[in-house]
Design a protein around this ligand. Sequence first.
Ligand code: SF4
Ligand code: SF4
Length: 456
Amino acid sequence: MFFDNNTFKHGVRIEGHKDLTSGRPIEVCPPPENIVLPLSMHIGAPAKPVVAVGDKVKMGQLVAQAQGFVSSNIHSSVSGVVQAMERRFLPSGALSECLVIANDGLDTLDETIEPRSTGLVLAPKEMRSLLQSKGIVGMGGATFPTHVKYTPPSDKPQVIDTVIINGIECEPYITADHRVLVEYAPEVIRGLKYFMKAVLATRGVIAIESNKPDAIALLQKLTEQEENITVVSCPEKYPQGSEKQLVYAVTGRVIANRALPASVGVVIDNVATAVWAARAIKDDMPCIERVVTLSGDGVQRPGNYLVRLGTSYEHVVKTCGGGIKEPLVKILSGGPMMGFAISNLDYPVLKGSGGVLLFAAGAPITTQGRERQCVRCGHCLDVCPMFLEPTVIAQAVKARNWSAALQANVASCIECGSCAYVCPAYIPLVQHIRMAKQFIASDGRGGHNPLYNIKD
Ligand code: SF4
Ligand code: SF4
């Protein structure tokens, strides 16, 4: 049984712009001369280097060890020599220590990697251990360490009956997951089976947005003999791929504010995460690459590329995308709804990097109307998938009234951007919400954004 026609309440319909790349098969990006691996490319504690400058490393070798349970291992995506350890900004604005590794071009594989003929013989505990040791994190952008989701807390055991593979990919322009579904379909299913075994779930669901009919037909065909696995087509609506919204669409279960899907018996993971989990468990392969969409009218050759982690966006654009189209006026790391605007291409591809978008002058996305007074139209309330009042939060932030922002439930905002998308007054509602979260988390001192200057 599915709910509300396999969708959620509220949300927005947005132009997908996916035809630029959805039909372009995944191509392998040639490895770069150097890779940059941030020690914080996941949620949780930064990993700690286990190599030093001057050390030789092999492809797939552990180079930074997870610190604590909510953290993740990092492996080298090339063989070569550790060249430097330096601090760099990430697209999100966060600063991270990074390992810089010079590629020797040999791709010498770490000899401790030993593929298995099947992963299903492993016990759930062994599967979880491999997810942890191979550095698997949510590749849909959240980068939450995957092993944590599949490890029930010992003090609060939870029965997980359903695993959902999230193949929605509702961000405009991004088609990496679409291509993963079509080209790596057997591994998507294998990953789902491993996930189900890891938590002893009895039901698996692969949820795909209806704008990917080829992926839906293929996955349905490949799973027709699988009694416990269903492929669900969800209507095109943003943010259908958000965890709470998709869990509701598929199961009808409502996740409480600030609770996890496990609280309603569900674990949900992105399609790329399923593929790289399958490779970790069966092939013993750590996460050292991912599929990235390069799109927008500011790149010569949009497409989907399999890229080694740590490769610079600039390398991907030059070697795969054929260079930029001038005059380039906007670059986004991620999609237009939840991604980050960046000023140059000197950022590395990380485990959560689904796309890089480039836009030339004149593209509608490059123009932004001037912010005006709220006209109290209520559109932001009508679309908010979390049933919040974004305009109330924005007013609280402008007044620096953090308790009012808390009362308006700012912490529940998933920063989907739907409210800002429909606001006729061009109020940057999500920026206000992010600022509120930063100020509240840092006890009113402005988080990592002390220069924020509230106008009005
Ligand atoms: S308030 Fe938050 S959750 Fe609601 S629409 Fe705006 S960004 Fe999305
Ligand atoms: S959509 Fe914009 S103008 Fe309309 S109520 Fe919300 S904040 Fe105000």
